[in-house]
Ligand binder design. Sequence first.
Ligand code: HSE
Length: 440
Amino acid sequence: MTSPLRLGVAGLGTVGCGLVRLLRQNAEQLADSTNRPIELAAVSARSRKDRGVDLGNAVWFDDAVKMAVDPGIDVFVELIGGDAGVAKEAVEAALRAGKHVVTANKALLARHGTDLAKLSEKTNVSLNFEAAVAGGIPVIKTLRESLCGNQIRRVYGILNGTCNFILTRMQQDKRSFAEALKEAQALGYAEADPTFDVGGFDTAHKLAILTSLAFGTRVAVDQMHIEGIESITQEDIESADDLDYRIKLLGVALLTESGIEQRVHPAMVPKDSAIAEVSGVTNAVAIDGDFVGNLLLAGAGAGSHATASSVASDIIDIARGGRAPAFGVPAGKLKPYKRAKLGQHQGAYYVRLNVFDRPGALAKIAGRMGEREVSLESIVQRRPPDAQVGIAAKPKPGSDTPVVMITHETTEQAIRGALEAIYKDGTVSEKPQMIRIEEL
Ligand code: HSE
């Protein structure tokens, strides 16, 4: 066996402790498969409290940046998080000092991935980040290595477990968004400030990384359309069910003739599709390649052990001496990201309107759709919960009634224009709900 590979692990939270457990539990297997012992040489964390893991003889560093450049380590494992501050400083310092870097930091890669990849190439070291997207699902290496002979047309997925948990609870247990969110918080899934999860920003960071790997483009998290799940109501969930759909928060990167669409938003997916079956905190990533066809990877998107499994695989690659460009092609060859215009997005749409119950309202709405050549596939007027039933039933003055429509394929520009006109006409009591139907 050759000399040990010496790790400096910064951050001893959920993932850091999971990694230490894995290194201890599977030490022999790791050494056999790499022909090299993997040694926890140094650690750094905010406090020296006992975390119930065996740190062995690891040297303690209060300063992660100092550890990152210490001659006693070969690999800097960054599990601190955040796109600025210590995490960024330490990763840059490690790369400059010629240390390999393994990180689970999606925010850092989404913001600075291209520059960090360039830096790693200057000093000829690895920048590995399997754990940064979808926790334990090996999607980074799938794109970077296993599928690198393919032209990718689309990569999409359920990349945030908290949102998928909330939508699943809303669907299976008829919870409101607020109730399901509270439950997610009580179970420790959602952050104390859940905006990052439910607003779609966590998904956006992960999608930006996948886009770059899939299409060989520079990471462009700022060039993304982001919508969260906050506006999804129980009515939407039930209407989707009636129409044989499920609602999922998807991150989608799609190659089109005018550029790449990067979008994060709730989407309708057919109830009988594999991705519709992905429930609770589970993540899933689907990839459409020209030679491989359609792939779906599903599994734990977060958690101590699943994420540690991905971090360990990056370390093993380094121990074996393998090195691939961080985003699949050398950083200098990453193409500028060309954003497709979302207005030109083509697809079918789900629309829910709360229509004032008065003669001619629906005709006016249909007229607005027709003016923009939006053709309707189906339209269902649901009875309001407190409506009178029977021949003598009359609408209460000022009452509204939910109307759900599915359009044929149209453009985003056309449907948005029609819905704006409908809202301005005053035929509806609140802003229309619009959810894209993802063609699978
Ligand atoms: N907050 C993330 C999620 C986990 O809910 O999936 C880590 O990315």
